[in-house]
Design a protein around this ligand. Structure first.
Ligand SMILES: NC(=O)c1ccc[n+]([C@@H]2O[C@H](COP(=O)([O-])OP(=O)(O)OC[C@H]3O[C@@H](n4cnc5c(N)ncnc54)[C@H](OP(=O)(O)O)[C@@H]3O)[C@@H](O)[C@H]2O)c1
Length: 237
């Protein structure tokens, strides 16, 4: 069997990835979110708030000694407070760092501690963003946490050369995807976000990517890693 841990599975990209994975009966999916919207015999809900760092520190993965493949998809994310630095709420700053950077670091450390010696195929995939690779005004905590977690994945990729049973590592930017995160972007006050019109236009012109297409691509990467030699990818390329 193949075991997939996916964070942020209640909606958007994470839910689309889960639906694609569950089309194959050999896949068992553990979904980590505060809410669960998938009911399937192979879907195991794990209710965990990534803003609750103490709860994340206590979380333990199961053993999967018979696994053919073990995967963790770091996908849960928050946009944070869209506003220029100087106008942000402290609680939103803390939440962004907790959900996008601190909790994933703790979870992945625990995941690798548990499965590093497994000889089966093992993959880590990060849902990255263009915002990890260039600045966007008013998205400072989003850009910073996305850059931070992408660098964390790149360091893991570098380190894995030293291990007998290395993890494959990917960090994939999906493009601008039609999810609630995009709804949230379009609702920001214009004075807080210089680029608001660009995002409103993308939606109006029907240029947002369908999350299902991202789900299919992620699963293709995970099923055929031999076809994807690069750690960093951008699905718009
Ligand atoms: N949409 C885009 O255009 C776009 C572009 C580039 C990258 N991304 C990235 O894609 C990923 C998924 O985003 P999306 O667009 O699918 O957003 P979304 O529809 O808002 O979904 C976000 C997911 O993250 C989970 N999440 C949020 N806060 C959480 C918390 N405190 N603890 C546990 N889970 C939490 C949510 O689950 P619960 O609320 O149930 O906890 C939800 O399932 C994010 O990492 C985002 O940065 C999105």
């Amino acid at each position: 069997m193949n075991y997939y841990y996916v964070t942020g599975t209640s909606r958007g990209i994470g839910k689309a990835v889960v639906e694609e994975l569950l089309a194959d009966d050999n896949n068992i999916v553990y979904g980590i979110s505060r809410n669960h919207t998938t009911e399937h015999k192979n879907y195991h809900p794990i209710t965990l708030d990534l803003n609750d760092v103490e709860a994340v520190k206590s979380f333990r993965f199961e053993e999967h000694s018979e696994a053919e493949k073990i995967v963790l998809i770091n996908n849960a994310g928050v946009l944070g407070h869209v506003a220029q630095v100087g106008k942000m709420y402290n609680e939103k700053i803390v939440q962004s760092y907790n959900v996008n950077l601190l909790s994933p670091t703790i979870l992945i450390n625990q995941f690798m501690r548990q499965f590093q010696d497994y000889a089966c195929e093992k993959i880590l995939l990060n849902t990255s963003s263009g915002a990890a690779r260039h600045t966007i005004p008013s998205w400072s905590t989003y850009c910073t946490t996305k850059t931070g977690i992408e660098m964390f994945f790149q360091v893991i990729q570098d380190e894995q050369q030293d291990f007998d049973h290395p993890f494959k590592v990917y960090s994939v930017a999906p493009g601008v995807v039609d999810t609630e995160m995009q709804d949230e972007i379009r609702e920001v006050e214009p004075e807080n976000f210089r680029e608001l019109d660009r995002f409103i236009q993308l939606k109006k012109e029907g240029l947002l990517v369908d999350p299902k297409a991202v789900g299919k691509k992620f699963v293709d990467i995970l099923e055929h890693p031999g076809n994807y030699p690069k750690t960093l990818m951008d699905l718009r390329d």
